[in-house]
Write a protein that binds this ligand. Structure first.
Ligand SMILES: NC(=O)c1ccc[n+]([C@@H]2O[C@H](COP(=O)([O-])OP(=O)(O)OC[C@H]3O[C@@H](n4cnc5c(N)ncnc54)[C@H](OP(=O)(O)O)[C@@H]3O)[C@@H](O)[C@H]2O)c1
Length: 321
């Protein structure tokens, strides 16, 4: 039997890569309030944005390529609140510097890039956790445990509907100017949330089909190993009054709705920090590590590939006049 890796000290000195709304209100808030962590400050491509974010917390700021190298030499771990493709490159760079990474969702927006992140983390033996908000909330994890118990007693879940809809065009929404969201749409922004629940309840996704709706909306059907089928409805441009998320699962154990959670995102993020510290200290990968995130990217990339197929949908014959 292989022996367990020797325990290492848990990372204590953390920095945030990114300076936007989420970086400040969730990542930095959680780190600054965490009793076991020292929050070093922010790195951003824009020195002014990094300094302004740092001033809110009385922390340090770094910018540019040299600033990043300097920061990575000083911290044990970084959390990344950046567009996913930017995140992927910087996660590889952090890992190559021996720094553990707390990623945001999705790990990347293509499979080759996600694989590159996973390979770097394995090569460098650096730990990772992907912050999938719902899976760090007690109401949700308790419900998932109840669902697992019902499935064990009555048989596997047979289907489910998973609707995740944001409204980034609503007045005051902090993500209205987010370029990657405009380019990649709800599939890549809200899709990881939906999949975090789907993949907790169902066996692996083996095949997908999908169709486009208005603007960025996507409807997808997922076929799972073992025969279940689930559907996703994803957008981040839902009309006023039509946003929000819900999920329902059914099978021999009945029909059940995903509950709401009540903690703040920063409270959930603090739990992700704890999980990263444990994974780094023990050398045992977290269940929500980059590899798990890579497997979600594989599903999203398959949906995107289906949407791009010229014969992606089967036309319905129009009614006879
Ligand atoms: N779990 C959740 O519910 C949740 C909610 C929100 C966000 N997130 C995640 O957090 C991550 C960041 O999202 P976000 O909304 O903050 O994204 P965003 O608003 O599109 O971008 C965040 C920041 O990234 C910086 N940036 C953009 N391009 C860059 C580049 N090429 N190099 C370096 N920095 C660059 C920008 O900083 P400058 O101002 O310096 O240009 C921007 O403020 C994503 O993974 C997202 O999914 C998760």
């Amino acid at each position: 039997m292989p022996s367990a890796p020797p325990p290492r000290p848990a990372p204590t000195r953390f920095a945030v890569l990114g300076t936007g709304h989420w970086a400040r209100t969730t990542h930095a808030r959680a780190l600054a309030d965490h009793p076991d962590v020292e929050f070093a400050g922010f790195w951003g491509r824009d020195a002014g944005h990094a300094a302004a974010a740092a001033a809110e917390f009385g922390a340090g700021s770094w910018s540019g390529d040299e600033g990043l190298a300097d920061l990575l030499a000083q911290v044990d771990a970084v959390t990344l609140a950046l567009p996913p493709d930017v995140q992927a490159d910087l996660a590889v760079r952090a890992s190559d510097a021996g720094v553990h990474v707390l990623l945001d969702k999705p790990v990347a927006t293509d499979l080759a890039t996600a694989d590159r992140v996973v390979q770097a983390l394995q090569r460098n033996r650096t730990a990772s956790v992907e912050f999938l908000t719902y899976l760090f909330m007690p109401e949700i994890t308790t419900w998932l445990e109840e669902m697992a118990a019902l499935a064990a007693e009555h048989g596997p879940w047979e289907g489910g509907v998973f609707r995740w809809a944001g409204s980034i065009d609503a007045p005051g929404n902090p993500y209205g100017q987010s370029r990657w969201r405009r380019e990649r749409g709800g599939l890549w922004d809200t899709g990881p949330h939906a999949l975090s629940i789907v993949r907790s309840l169902f066996d692996d996704v083996v095949a997908v089909a999908a169709a486009r709706g208005p603007r960025d909306a996507v409807g997808a059907t997922l076929q799972h190993r073992g025969g279940a089928a689930t559907t996703l409805s994803l957008t981040l441009t839902a009309p006023e009054g039509a946003g929000g998320s819900f999920a329902t699962v059914w099978g021999p154990g009945g029909r059940h709705d995903l509950p709401r959670f009540h903690d703040t995102a920063a409270e959930g993020f603090a739990r992700a920090v704890d999980r990263l510290r444990t994974a780094a200290a023990t050398g045992v990968p977290d269940a929500l590590d980059a590899r798990n995130g890579r497997d979600a990217v594989a599903v999203l990339a398959a949906v995107e590939a289906h949407l791009q197929r010229p014969d992606g949908t089967t036309p319905v014959r129009p009614p006879q006049s």
